[in-house]
Design a protein around this ligand. Structure first.
Ligand SMILES: NC(=O)c1ccc[n+]([C@@H]2O[C@H](COP(=O)([O-])OP(=O)(O)OC[C@H]3O[C@@H](n4cnc5c(N)ncnc54)[C@H](O)[C@@H]3O)[C@@H](O)[C@H]2O)c1
Length: 474
């Protein structure tokens, strides 16, 4: 990660670099007491030990970013396997090179454990655990609750606790705060006051795995504290490790900011997926329409259709808001409509495969189909919620013989699918009746795929440079 021209080992460099003016009021804050001043000093002189609970796609990049700024990081993981990898100096996250992990593990600045008692050594604890949906499509907060219980059971006076996991507005204050207050009460024998005895902040993670341009350091960070002092310390902390901090008035606002960002994407992708369905009925090329519309220099932002939503965020987070609003007797109509359209896309794409095979007087039942890409988006190895999985299921249910190829995902053992990627050869397409491109990884020889295939359903416009009747576009 490029972090040129900021020497993070010096005190306060990022306060200068950070463009958010309110941070400058930290030294004059009236809201803090002795614990506030101690924490402020520790953050500034890098003696604050940072604990990170959950070392996945969010937690591990964050851990090494703190290391790079000069902090010591204790990682806490549920998975013994991940803790062992990390302690051996090996990265299991694509965006974090092993060399970075090894460097900090060898210099004893980074370690991981499944034993949470060392949380007592941490001045700051950042929670980066999953926030999935339960089978009922309701939020599953069990990971946040388990992590908060671990913090509360090992709380240290004056600790700053930050939640980064995406969740509905109210989680930090309504769900976490009572556990932490009880933890302080148990520790000190008197009621613990948030903003004085400990500090609580929500700061959503915005990392975009596989994005070569924006990383933890140069993606602005939104911070909202349960009190002014909590927000001040949260903003101060992040201003030490990244370029820009956006301070908002409360954790609820910060929680809503993240849900708005992801709902905005989900709804706009839902809209453009419906436009793709409309264009098919009108005999138009939706990709041409979008590219032309995107030439408007104001008032239009292009979103692109595809085989459906994937990943741990966009398909899930809006449902957190829907659930919250149902509890307030309000129906989130945009979210529900977009979800319904987005969820219909894998089946729509499989119908395209059936139509493509029909052109060759073949039926889906019995045909050999190659699915290009198992990851939910290009150039990453994450297949959580990947529409490719739905496409494979749907093709198999309709009697097709299915293989997949993905240079990033050598095997899939997920959601009832247990498959290995076929190997690449320049004549790969010739082995199948139809190829369906569901993930447009960059490092694929699309020319060879195009030349060798009899029929291709392209759900990502990966073959935009090739013109042929054998290509069926979304
Ligand atoms: N992946 C992304 O692109 C992304 C982007 C922005 C926000 N987020 C949000 O960040 C949060 C984390 O996502 P992620 O992608 O890093 O998930 P992940 O599954 O990659 O990592 C979470 C880690 O937490 C560990 N864990 C679970 N419960 C634990 C516990 N009680 N104690 C310790 N460790 C525990 C898991 O073993 C796992 O390694 C989610 O709320 C997600 O919505 C993710």
């Amino acid at each position: 990660m490029e972090q040129a021209n900021i020497d993070k080992t010096k005190n306060q460099p990022n306060i200068v670099e950070t463009k958010f003016a309110q941070i400058s009021r930290v030294p004059n804050t009236k809201s803090g007491g002795p614990a506030f001043e101690t924490m402020k000093a520790k953050i500034l002189d890098r003696s604050a030990n940072i604990g990170i609970i959950g070392l996945g796609y969010v937690g591990l990049p964050l851990a090494v970013t703190f290391n790079e700024a000069g902090y010591k990081v204790y990682g806490f993981e549920k998975s013994q396997e991940k803790a062992d990898f990390l302690n051996d100096g090996v990265s299991y996250i694509q965006d974090v090179p092993t060399s970075r992990v090894k460097l900090f593990v060898n210099s004893k600045k980074l370690s991981a454990s499944t034993d949470f008692s060392a949380l007592k050594n941490c001045d700051v604890v950042i929670i980066c655990v999953p926030t999935p949906l339960a089978k009922s499509q309701d939020p599953d907060l069990s990971y946040i609750v388990a992590a908060t219980e671990s913090v509360a059971g090992n709380i240290k006076a004056g600790q700053l606790i930050v939640l980064e996991s995406t969740t509905y507005p109210g989680t930090t204050r309504e769900v976490m705060l009572p556990y932490l207050e009880a933890g302080v009460q148990k520790l000190t024998g008197k009621a613990g006051k948030c903003g004085e005895d400990f500090f609580l902040t929500f700061s959503p993670e915005r990392v975009d795995p596989g994005n070569g341009k924006f990383n933890t350091f140069n993606t602005p960070k939104v911070v909202g504290g349960a009190t002014d002092a909590c927000g001040d310390l949260g903003a101060l902390l992040y201003s030490q490790i990244l370029q820009k901090v956006i301070r908002v008035s409360s954790p609820e606002t910060a929680e809503m900011v993240k849900i708005l960002e992801n709902t905005y994407r989900a709804v706009n992708i839902g809209l453009v997926n419906e436009i793709a369905i409309i264009c098919e009925k009108l005999g138009l090329d939706v990709w041409e329409v979008i590219e032309a519309a995107a030439t408007k220099p104001f008032g239009f932002m292009p979103f692109y259709p595809g085989p459906g939503l994937g990943g741990h965020c966009i398909p899930i987070d809006p449902s957190y808001l829907s659930w919250k609003m149902r509890s307030l007797n309000y129906q989130t109509r945009f979210i529900e409509l977009a979800t319904s359209i987005n969820r219909s896309m894998p089946a729509f794409c499989v119908d395209k495969v059936a139509t493509a095979l029909n052109m060759d007087r073949k039926s889906l039942n019995g045909s050999k189909v190659l699915v290009m890409g198992a990851a939910y988006k290009k150039d990453i190895d994450d297949m959580r919620e990947s529409p490719s999985i739905d496409i494979i299921h749907n093709l198999q249910q309709r009697g097709a013989e299915v293989d997949y190829y993905d240079p990033f995902v050598p095997e899939v053992n997920y959601d009832g699918i247990d498959m290995k990627s076929v190997g690449w050869s320049d004549d790969l397409g010739s082995k199948y009746d139809c190829v369906v491109i569901s993930t447009d990884h960059t490092n694929v020889n699309y020319r060879a795929l195009f030349l060798s295939s009899a029929r291709i359903v392209d759900t990502r416009n990966a073959l935009k440079d090739f013109k042929s009747d054998k290509i069926v576009k979304l």
